[in-house]
Write a protein that binds this ligand. Structure first.
Ligand code: GLP
Length: 251
């Protein structure tokens, strides 16, 4: 079931998702949480940092990133390892060793299999935080990716490389391959929280939440998932109707 909350701005959307995460951790202190990169989740991490300042204890949580570029060393400032160190580990005061990120190294195929096994060994993901690509991608699962696929090596589409070029000196430096949790991996998470903000996401959000379910829109996988919390700002919501309760009621 999908519960959609529409709020005026990204900051409020981030607070709502942070509250959803906090609700899980208060109930299950050793929860396994999937985390995303990109700009969408940043307000979530900021709001979580405030909750940690207010006493939320994340010390027993295990974290799994969605994906990582192939060909960037972990210490490259735009590797997702570095991005998560900067945006999640440091501000929340987490133990870096509890935040898992695929390590493609010289054998990305082996790294993908090892990562999938690590998630299984951790007991699976309790709550997967997601952004969505402008073309509906989840992680780096581009349109056309089969729903059942596990963590794998994938090629980035030109559109996604262009979108992500803003983080690199030029398009040429954006990697072409990545290791990403597959739609099978993402779909097996016991709950999901999607945050999308800005007009550029409106079409992808509408397709994911209300369009036909199938690989043409990876985000439409969420319509098959049992517990999906969606936080949108007005611009990303477009015509999508809210089904969520008022902010206080979700706390
Ligand atoms: C990237 C990431 C996705 C993310 C998406 C949207 O390619 N691999 O996990 O959801 O792009 O990014 P943003 O939130 O910056 O729009």
């Amino acid at each position: 079931m999908i519960t959609t909350h529409v709020v005026p701005d990204a900051r409020t959307a981030g607070s709502l998702v942070a509250e959803r995460i906090a609700r899980l951790v208060r109930a299950v202190p050793a929860a396994v949480i999937g985390v995303a990169t990109g700009s969408s989740p940043l307000p979530v991490y900021r709001a979580l940092a405030d909750l940690v300042d207010g006493g939320l204890d994340l010390s027993r949580v295990t974290w799994f990133a969605l994906d990582e570029y192939v060909g960037l060393p972990p210490e490259h400032p735009e590797s997702y390892r570095s991005v998560l160190d900067r945006e999640l580990v440091a501000p929340l005061g987490l133990d870096r060793l509890r935040v898992h990120v695929p390590e493609p190294g010289s054998d990305p195929y082996a790294a993908a299999a090892a990562y999938e096994a690590d998630i299984v060994r951790a007991g699976g993901i309790d709550l997967q935080l997601l952004g969505i690509g402008g073309n509906g991608h989840l992680g780096f699962n581009e349109p056309g990716t089969p729903f059942g696929i596990p963590t794998h090596v994938a090629e980035l589409t030109h559109a996604t490389r262009r979108d992500n070029a803003r983080f690199f000196p030029s398009l040429l430096e954006v990697p072409t391959l990545c290791v990403t949790q597959g739609l099978g991996t993402i779909g097996r998470a016991r709950a999901h929280a999607l945050i999308a903000t800005g007009e550029a996401k409106a079409a992808a959000v509408a397709a994911a939440l209300t369009g036909p379910v199938g690989p043409e829109c990876p985000g439409s996988l969420l319509q098959r998932c049992p517990d999906v919390f969606v936080a949108l700002d007005d611009a990303a919501a477009g015509g999508v109707e809210p089904t969520g309760q008022e902010i206080d009621a979700v706390r």
